[in-house]
Design a protein. Structure first.
Length: 132
């Protein structure tokens, strides 16, 4: 019959596995807190800190050389800036680009913009809106 010997609890300190587990928990907690802080920082600057935002409502291909884009911009009353639009061909190549500038005064700008193209376009998209 085999005799199983157990070490007395607390006499030899913690085992290597227990130390490794504690270290992993600490590193995981620190990385988790850092990730949450980073997501919060990006979220704040994306949602709260933007004074200009735009939305492409719809577009219409008018001819082989132009596309009409219905653009809506929401901004602070004193903000100035621009929105960049582009139109794409069927193969995905960019065939037209236009920067639409706006000044202070209104908080909502709703307008139809014509983007001239170098070839037949099949789509249009809003790339970005920035303030000056």
């Amino acid at each position: 019959m085999a005799v199983v010997r157990e070490r007395p609890v607390g006499r030899y300190g913690r085992s290597a596995d227990e130390r490794a587990d504690h270290r992993l928990r600490t590193v995981g907690a620190v990385l988790g807190v850092a990730l949450i802080a980073l997501i919060g920082w990006f979220g704040y600057h994306y949602v709260v800190d933007r004074s200009v935002s735009g939305e492409l409502i719809k577009f219409k291909v008018v001819s082989a050389t132009s596309v009409e884009v219905h653009l809506e911009v929401r901004k602070d009353r004193d903000a100035t800036g621009s929105c960049t639009l582009r139109s794409l061909a069927e193969n995905g190549a960019e065939v037209g680009r236009k920067d639409v500038r706006f000044g202070p005064g209104e908080t909502r700008i709703d307008q139809v913009v014509t983007v001239r193209t170098t070839a037949a376009a099949t789509s249009a998209e809003l790339l970005d809106c920035t303030s000056d």
